[in-house]
Each structure stands twice: as C-alpha cells, then as structure tokens.
Write a protein that binds this ligand. Structure first.
Ligand code: UDP
Ligand code: MG
Length: 139
C-alpha cells in the first residue's frame, strides 16, 4: 500500500458532544499520522462549496445548515492506504449500517449527524486537503 494523505472533518455533532478527543485517539491508534489539524466554524459559503457535488440532492440544504451550526475540526491524515482506511474507520454513512468498532457506529446520531467526513477517492482528497490547508500547515 502506498503512503497517502486524506482529508477528514470531525463534524459539529461530535465536537458538541465532546467526542473530539476519543475520535482523535481512534485515528492515531489506527496508525494515521495527523499532518494538519485545526478547529473552524464553517461559513455557509464554505459549506455550500465543500459539498457542491451534492447540491441537487434533497439533503443538501439541511446538510449545509448542520455543518455550519457549530465548530468542526478539519484534519489531514497520512498513512498507507489512508483514503480507504479512513473510510473504513469512519463506517457507513448511515450509522444503522455501520460496522462495530467504527466511529459512526459509536458516535453518529443519524444519517445526517454522522460525526465525521472523509474523502472518498484520491481525486477528492487532492481537492479537499487544499480547500482547508495551505502547504505550510501540513507538517
Ligand atoms: N447525508 C444526509 N442524508 C443522506 C445522505 C447523506 O444528510 O441521505 C449527509 C451526511 O452527513 C453525509 C453527507 O451528507 O455524511 C455527505 O453524503 P455522502 O453520500 O457523501 O456520505 P459520506 O461520504 O459522508 O459517507
Ligand atoms: Mg461523501
């Protein structure tokens, strides 16, 4: 497996519920190196642009409202096979379908308020990391 970088977000539900530390521990115990991390409150404009791929979906406006309701933690993560491994650790989008041991199984409230975001492919990771991090913030 090649060394890769992926992008993640600890979403407003998880930050508000005090799960940031436990999620970061799960990430580090799974062998990721945190190469970028900051707490942010997304603007409506940023959330709309970040999720633009979903703009025709019925859940888009609710998703933008949710993602802007409170602070998030944005992450750049590195390990072998980071993109697939981070999706695996996150679990299925709908926590009802998420496997035991995954972040969404443990913390997600429902299909919208599902605690974490992760890039789904090399192309999206390559767009999403620079959306939030300048090269000098990747360490
Ligand atoms: N989402 C939602 N309702 C749905 C599907 C998705 O509210 O029926 C939200 C949810 O927060 C999800 C995000 O939109 O994480 C992006 O959806 P996607 O299908 O890309 O899921 P992900 O890649 O996050 O697993
Ligand atoms: Mg997605």
């Amino acid at each position: 497996m090649a060394l890769e970088r992926t992008f993640g977000i600890i979403k407003p539900d998880a930050v508000k519920n005090g799960n940031t530390g436990e999620i970061l521990t799960m990430i580090q115990k799974d062998g990721f190196r945190i190469v970028g991390m900051k707490m942010r409150r997304l603007s409506k404009h940023e959330a709309e642009a970040f999720y633009a791929v979903h703009k025709e979906r019925p859940f888009y406006s609710g998703l933008v409202t949710f993602m802007t309701e409170g602070p998030v933690v944005v992450l750049a993560l590195e390990r072998e096979g980071a993109i697939a491994k981070w999706r695996e650790l996150m679990g299925a989008t709908n926590p009802a379908n998420a496997a035991e041991g995954t972040i969404r199984k443990k913390f997600a409230e429902n299909i919208e308020r599902n605690s974490v975001h992760g890039s789904d492919a090399p192309e999206t990771a390559a767009q999403e990391i620079p959306f939030f991090f300048s090269s000098s913030e990747l360490l």
